[in-house]
Write a new protein. Sequence first.
Length: 562
Amino acid sequence: MRALLAPLWARSDLNVYMVLSSLVIHILGLTSTVFVMLVYGRYLSHGVDSTLYTLTTGALVGIGVEMFLRRARFKIASSLCAVESRKLSEKVSHTLLNARSGALQSHLNSAADGGTTTWLERIGQAVSPQPVLALLDMPFALLLLAVLFALSWQLALCVLLVVVVLLVMLGVSAHRMKSITSDHQTNQSKYNVLLKNAELTEAVRINNAQDWLSQRLVNGSGESRLSRHHLQLQQEKMQSQVRNATVFMSVIVISVGAALSVHGELNFGVLIGANILSARLIMLISQPIQQMPMWLNAVRDFGCVNDFLALPEETQKGTKLPSFKGKVSVKQLMFAYPNSPLMVYENLNFELDAGETLTVTGSNGKGKTTLARLLTGLVQPLRGSIAIDGVELRQVNAHWWREQLVYLPQDPDLLPGTLRDNMTLMDASLQDAQLTEVIGKVGLGDWLNQHPDGLDMEIQMRGRNLALGIRRRIAFARALLSQGQLVVIDEPLEGLDKAGITMMQKVLAELAKEKRTLIIISQFMQPLKAGAKFINLDESHVMQVATVRPSPAPGVEKEWFA
Ligand SMILES: Nc1ncnc2c1ncn2[C@@H]1O[C@H](COP(=O)(O)OP(=O)(O)OP(=O)(O)O)[C@@H](O)[C@H]1O
């Protein structure tokens, strides 16, 4: 809750102003009550017109100043809320960009309720000027109550009674509203997931899944509509409780006040003034309570955001070795994905000297890609160690480590921006000539020349609108630019045509010749060259120890892609 009110105490100078201006606003809010009382007490009893002019002018000035102060206070609250919301978005962006990839992915996958965008949006609705000011105004109801007591303790007691009953009713309704809101959010998220599935246009059509999906969409939208309907009914119920209480209270105040007037215990002007005050008081109290479900959701969303912000970050402060020679050692490596009952490795061991080549093979799901992700530091081992040149990878600066890698993922993504942007992510000083050279090296020279925009071509849809072979070659070219000493290639042949395979073989052979350490991951591939180390992840039944052995036959470098 404190976090939700952060805008109010974000700046000590401004929050003093906010509280003081609120006090003045509520004192000025008494203008209409005082005006009515004075008009009745002075003008109506003596009939002097100038009194009426003076009172009217005074009331208008009071109301005008109140309006001005309200506007100024709203503007300040609005800018304070904007600052807080920007700070929070920046923290979330920082975590999105710097949290450990594995932890981040599993957190986002398990986020039942929409994820960061939805959390921020809902927090943004709660931490906005109107609800924050309504909360700030609430305690001033006590001021109005005190004034009411000063005017007439009998009327004040009546008002207090109605307010207590209203508070109880609104509390019960708000509690019910909370569960209705939560049901609605669940239904809405399920429906959104279904709509996302419907966006898999080709999969839907090719599998004739229209009827299957349409039925679910109808059900999902029905449930979502129904829960929204319940939500609206509950909102209307709370609003009508406030409306009815206001009318009811007015009737009680006027009845009791009239009785008191008849007995000469109350002036008629006071009666009308008290009526105005009590309506104002109900508004002050009911506004924040009606917003309670929104606050409760925002409190829960803040909890989600705080859990998210607590995700471990990649080590940016870790060691940067003066140079990386290329030695990699994996000992007793144990790994399972978070929330997964399956152990990918229990005890994986291998050692590579600088310039050595390791081929990793195994059937689907045996953990080949996972090994690449562990070596690149995208996920962390549960137990055991990965060391580079004798230093534990977990102690190494993540930024620096990525510069030591030439990593081609199995299914690479490109980022939004131009092709040039994508190629110069690691090193902005790279010149176009260097980019075109490496693009030529991966066999995309003609493709680039034929494109009217060349390096300025915009990459859209994470590069998914490009042919897989083209996307992988671009990603390979991008990786080669890092000049890293450790080369990790996940499924080098995937998506490549014959010329592409020849290119891949040639580039890998060159990298091997340059004494880079190579880890080639593939289901089908033979070892890159005779004598290269070789792990078959299928060979160990329980994944206890993956074997490392010399390649099966000499001279296979000529056949590795056959
Ligand atoms: N993000 C993830 N969360 C949970 N489990 C995962 C995740 N990624 C992979 N797995 C599981 O880890 C195991 C190893 O997956 P991995 O992708 O490393 O296998 P692979 O050998 O590369 O498979 P393929 O040959 O199909 O590419 C599989 O059981 C897979 O279901």
